[in-house]
Design a protein around this ligand. Structure first.
Ligand SMILES: Nc1ncnc2c1ncn2[C@@H]1O[C@H](COP(=O)(O)OP(=O)(O)OP(=O)(O)O)[C@@H](O)[C@H]1O
Ligand code: SF4
Ligand SMILES: [Mg+2]
Length: 413
């Protein structure tokens, strides 16, 4: 009897799994028009338990690394995520690509919650959401050739490239990321940092994903090489219609590549909007402080600009402040800020007056503040009714073609 029951359960589970796989595969094949939400993240939470004791571990608390993050990603869009170290950016990234399971919340890919998928259904979906990692020095196995590294995903998904076709596919990918296809048998140590990151990007593209989650993809690179890699990502997006979640510290780079930007603080998104809304019309004090710290090369502009200095350290995510988590460092904090959690929504003050300041901001006392120069101001020549010239975020990075001859030339001996 028991055998029959378990056999029946197994059969039912297999049928359920096969149906879920079919659904996931069918959804994965669904074409999404630009603008449709391909990914909907709702109230995502990741708490890491804090334990005490050696033999009998007892949970005494939790690191609230991510604590209620929601956003949409449209097909063909780049969403930038910025915030100080430790605010939970990488934890969000790892949950999006299923390297970690959320404690709570939903990640809906083409309408289906993928957080509870497992087995073949999960495998079918994972293929479509790939990651590019921060450190091109440690993320590539030094004992594998570039061909084996880029072709490794085909071992798990042989349906994408049967054995006989893999070498050609990997060479095509090397070409796409601006590297010489003849480098297929070389090892990672024979490449520069920028070239290694190109290899990491080629690996991310191997399974023809629809979404790329790039966690600080250029932070470990020299400034000149950063621009090349960013421009490569930009052109790959246009070529393949990819959607990007792009995580970085550098606000200039994020503005250059992103359509929309989310600002994170201590496990939550505090402000989100288009690049123009966030950079030119920020309403959250934390965003304003971050922007005021963006380096400005022009000494006159530097002097005329109000720099907002944040005092104190970021509180521990194991014991975040009540109410608004930013209140311990906010110069505008009032009693209400300690009592009431501000919701991420269009603040009441801007609801009746739609304009660029009318975007989601989690602050009880949201006010627009002009911190960096607008595009118009940047484009107006000096002496035509504007103040000193400011190099606004993003202007330092110039577009270049993806097939960069320099990138092919600087191979290490
Ligand atoms: N496996 C883990 N166990 C316990 N705590 C963790 C774990 N992973 C991350 N954390 C904690 O969660 C918080 C968020 O970490 P996360 O790496 O997501 O931040 P981040 O914004 O990516 O920071 P950085 O900009 O430095 O990369 C940090 O306080 C970190 O110490
Ligand atoms: S809610 Fe209060 S503490 Fe939080 S950002 Fe707004 S003013 Fe500052
Ligand atoms: Mg990180």
């Amino acid at each position: 009897m028991r055998a029959d029951h378990s056999g029946g359960r197994k059969h039912a589970r297999e049928e359920g799994e096969a149906a879920a796989t079919q659904l996931a595969t069918a959804r994965a094949g669904t074409a999404y028009a630009n603008g449709d939400p391909i990914l909907e993240v709702r109230d995502l939470v990741k708490h890491y338990p804090l334990t005490q004791g050696v033999l009998f571990k007892k949970q005494v608390g939790a690191v609230k690394a991510v604590d209620g993050v929601s956003f949409d990603l449209s097909a063909g869009e780049t969403l930038g995520i910025v915030g100080e170290s430790g605010c939970g950016k990488s934890t969000v990234a790892r949950m999006l690509v299923h390297l970690e399971r959320p404690t709570a919340g939903a990640i809906r890919y083409k309408g289906e919650d993928i957080t509870r998928l497992s087995g073949r259904a999960l495998k079918a979906v994972r293929r479509n959401i790939q990651m590019v990692f921060q450190d091109p020095y440690t993320s590539l196995n030094p004992r594998m050739t570039v061909g084996d590294i880029i072709g490794e995903p085909y071992e798990i998904h042989p349906e994408v490239a049967p054995k006989g076709e893999r070498r050609r596919k990997v060479q095509d990918l090397l070409d796409v990321v601006g590297l010489n296809p003849e480098y297929i048998n070389r090892y990672p140590h024979q490449f520069s940092g920028g070239q290694r990151q190109r290899i990491g990007i080629a690996r991310g593209l191997a399974l023809n994903p629809e979404i790329i989650v790039a966690d600080e993809p250029v932070s470990a690179l020299d400034v000149s090489v950063q621009a090349q890699v960013i421009n490569l990502l930009d052109s790959l997006q246009s070529e393949f219609g990819l959607s990007f979640v792009f995580i970085a510290h550098d606000l200039s780079i994020v503005r250059h590549i992103s359509d929309r930007v989310g600002v994170m603080y201590l496990g939550r998104i505090v402000e989100i909007g288009t690049d123009e809304q966030i950079y030119e019309h920020p309403t959250h004090p934390y965003t304003q402080a971050l922007l005021s710290a963006v380096p400005v090369p022009d000494p006159m502009a530097r002097e005329s600009r109000e720099r907002i200095i944040l005092h104190g350290d970021v509180p521990s995510p194991a014991n975040p402040p009540s109410g608004c988590r930013f209140r311990t460092r906010c110069w505008k904090a009032q009693e209400r800020c300690a009592l009431e959690v501000p919701l991420l929504a269009v603040p009441a003050a801007f609801r009746l007056a739609p304009g660029p300041a009318s975007h989601d901001s989690a602050c009880h006392f949201a006010e627009e503040k002009h911190v960096v120069a607008s595009r118009e101001e940047r484009d107006t020549p000096r002496g035509e009714g504007r103040g000193p010239e400011i190099e606004a975020p993003g202007t330092a990075v110039r577009k270049r073609p993806p097939h960069d001859p320099e990138a092919q030339g600087d191979i290490q001996p």
